[in-house]
Design a protein around this ligand. Structure first.
Ligand code: KIV
Ligand code: ZN
Length: 409
């Protein structure tokens, strides 16, 4: 029997993520990312949307050939050509999934697809049946599910499961839902659809209101056992649920969320950095888990706390997500004496109380002109303090000028 607390991670960095402006990747970049996602331990790797372009199809095929552990998924609309192209691209895979989707909300059906509900239901069922001819792992996504009529949505879910769909994904396509709503949505649907036990339910939450991770966690509490997410939270518009945030929320808050994934959390930072490199898009400094400030402290009170016991201001260890533990104390104008002294000791200097005081004041002064004080700066400050010639040239000279750091240095 499968573990009821085990959450399947469906990574869509190379599909939904790659679709976002500024994040497109060529085939070698996608391959490099696919290997990194494999090392990270994702269960399902959505490699692309093969009908979208020959390059997309080629990338899916190459990933299917080279990356053998995770299930490789490819996206397809319900049109037979889409499904056949997805199947062609996935042919070399050790394990493959065809992920077919169709919008189910009245807004999308009337305004975008000009389709009736009956036509929508038939197209979804036919697509699942066709996809099952190529693989026994078929996912159906009801695009804009959270804004769809609930009774119709239940009817279509029952029908696609009957047709052979093994994973039912109900996306919050426009990031409109709230956590309490999403939890109720999945609890209700899983309870109402008579054959729900024959499929895995999945959430795919967008981040338009900044709620994608909270909504995905609420969906898990509502019964889903697959979450769709992307590294650094990339994806259409404001992005998808961030993989690293989801994984660490489950790990850090086991007391409230007794579920887990098999993600190797110590590979999170390197994977995030690789994505940033191949897309030339920086990671926001204060991004949770993988941002460069996620474990950095400059304020004196915080530095003092972290030096005494890291748990005062850190709820997880940087090394658990692959960040360096040594770069966490940033010296700048908000720093305290304790952090300055600690960094000097790390650099091999044993200073007297008077020297620490001088170095501390020099760091604060220099911090007025610099974002951060590097180890080289600190070495130079100590050097100048310990060199008698560094005495103030004139009685009016400021301390910072006396040790060789004036404005604009
Ligand atoms: O956001 C969405 O609805 C999607 C589907 C194609 C799964 O990305
Ligand atoms: Zn999406």
């Amino acid at each position: 029997m499968s573990d009821p607390a085990r959450i399947t991670v469906f990574d869509t960095t190379l599909r939904d993520g790659e679709q976002a402006p500024g994040f497109s990747m060529d085939v070698p970049a996608k391959l490099a990312m696919a290997h990194a996602l494999d090392r990270l331990g994702v269960d399902i790797l959505e490699a692309g949307f093969p009908i979208a372009s020959p390059a997309d199809s080629e990338a899916v095929q190459q990933i299917a050939l080279a990356v053998r552990r995770p299930v490789i998924a490819a996206l397809a609309r319900t049109r037979p050509q889409d499904i056949e192209e997805a199947a062609r691209a996935l042919a070399p895979a050790a394990r493959s999934r065809i992920h077919t989707f169709l919008a189910t909300s009245d807004l999308h059906l009337t305004a975008k697809l000009r389709m009736s509900r009956a036509e929508c239901l038939d197209a979804a069922v036919d697509a699942v049946k066709l996809a099952r001819r190529f693989t026994d792992d078929v996912e159906f996504s009801a695009e804009d599910a959270t804004r769809s009529d609930r009774d119709f949505l239940c009817r279509i879910i029952e029908a696609v499961i009957e047709a052979g769909c093994t994973t039912v994904n109900l996306p919050d396509t426009v990031g409109y839902a709230t956590p309490d709503e999403i939890r109720e949505f999945f609890t209700d649907i899983i309870g109402r659809v008579p054959n729900a036990h024959r499929a895995v339910f999945s959430a795919h939450c967008h981040n338009d209101l900044g709620l994608a991770v909270a909504n995905s966690l609420a969906a898990i509490q509502g019964g889903v056992r697959q979450v769709e997410c992307a590294v650094n939270g990339i994806g259409e518009r404001a992005g998808n649920a961030s993989l690293e945030e989801l994984v660490m929320a489950l790990r850090v808050r086991q007391d409230r969320l007794p579920y887990d994934t098999v993600i190797q959390s110590d590979a999170l930072f390197a994977t995030s950095q690789l994505l940033s490199q191949v897309t030339a898009e920086p990671v926001q400094a204060n991004k949770a888990i993988v941002g460069r400030n996620a474990f950095a402290h400059e304020a004196g009170i915080h530095q003092d706390g972290v030096l005494k016991d890291t748990r005062t201001y850190e709820i997880m260890r940087p090394e658990d997500v692959g960040q360096s533990a040594t770069s966490r104390l940033v010296l700048g104008r908000h720093s305290g004496r304790h952090a300055v002294q600690s960094r000097c000791e790390t650099l091999g200097f044993t200073l007297s109380i008077a020297e620490i005081d001088q170095v501390y004041r020099a760091v604060i002064s220099l911090g007025e002109h610099r974002k951060a004080i590097a180890d080289g700066d600190l070495r130079r400050i100590i050097d100048r303090i310990r060199t008698p010639a560094a005495a103030p040239a004139s009685p009016g000279a400021t301390h910072v000028e006396a040790i060789g750091y004036g404005h604009g240095v």
